[in-house]
Design a binder for this molecule. Structure first.
Ligand code: PGA
Length: 250
């Protein structure tokens, strides 16, 4: 059985003191919750302070991005070793906002996955289609390309350790969530594709999160889906109450 994984992506929100206040509140609210992996992804500036609060709790720390080299002349980038040093366990890679605004390609995503794995950071690899692509019936081809090119050259063991996040771009921050049928259809497609690429054992191990306007009101129905193993949560993760309720899905 795949262990559910719920991660809050705070995006470019929260100063250090605000981040510490939020994570303290969250840690209190989810103390003792087990059977689910819990993570928060604060901005880089707050990672260390948040990681200190999370030490010896059931909440892990995740970065929102990573660079593929470990040191050197890469102005503005943060390396895998630096993330490990401040206590990160996971790294979000290829979020749609980075793909759309910062021009990240599947090739870059691929390099970042290898860099994360080398440093024992678990990649959370995001894929998803735009509204236009969905309307043109391109959802499956877009996702197939993102998976095939993004996960190129990974061994079945490496692939099996990944977390994937299916995030339809039209559902991110819009309040529109994919219906359970839409979500299950794409999640099942992703798992089938992963089985073609890496074998069914690896495909069965890979946890596939859903992301896009996940909230307390829809998390229970989403988490009940066969191929949906967790959530990557933006807006609703910025409040301890709503994120704790999402973590306590039933
Ligand atoms: P949202 O963001 O929950 O605010 O839609 C999800 C994400 O971008 O990971």
């Amino acid at each position: 059985m795949r262990r559910p994984i719920i991660v809050g992506n705070w995006k470019m929100n929260k100063t250090v003191s605000e981040a510490v206040a939020l994570v303290k509140d969250l840690v209190d609210k989810v103390r003792g919750v087990d059977g689910v992996d819990i993570g928060v992804a604060p901005p880089f500036t707050a990672l260390e302070a948040v990681a200190k609060v999370c030490a010896s709790t059931n909440v892990a720390v995740c970065s929102q991005n990573i660079f593929w080299e470990n040191s050197g002349a890469f102005t503005g980038e943060v390396s895998p070793a630096m993330l490990v040093d401040v206590g990160c366990k996971y790294a979000i890679i290829g979020h749609s906002e980075r793909r759309a605004i910062m021009g990240e390609t599947d090739g870059i995503v691929n390099k970042k996955i290898f860099a994360a794995l080398k440093h024992k950071l678990t990649p959370i690899v995001c894929v998803g289609e735009t509204l236009k692509q969905r309307e043109l019936n391109e959802t499956f081809t877009v996702i197939e390309t993102q998976i095939t090119a993004g996960l190129e050259r990974l061994s079945p063991d490496e692939a099996g350790s990944l977390v994937l996040a299916y995030e339809p771009i039209w559902a991110i921050g819009t309040g529109k969530t994919a219906t359970t049928d839409q979500a299950q259809e794409v999640h099942a497609f992703i798992r089938k594709k992963l089985a073609d690429l890496f074998g069914s054992e690896a495909a069965n191990d890979i946890r596939i999160q859903y992301g896009g306007s996940v909230k307390p009101e829809n998390v229970d129905d989403l988490m009940a889906l066969e191929d949906l193993d967790g959530a990557l949560v933006g807006g609703a993760a910025l409040k301890a109450d709503s994120f704790a309720r999402i973590i306590k899905f039933h």
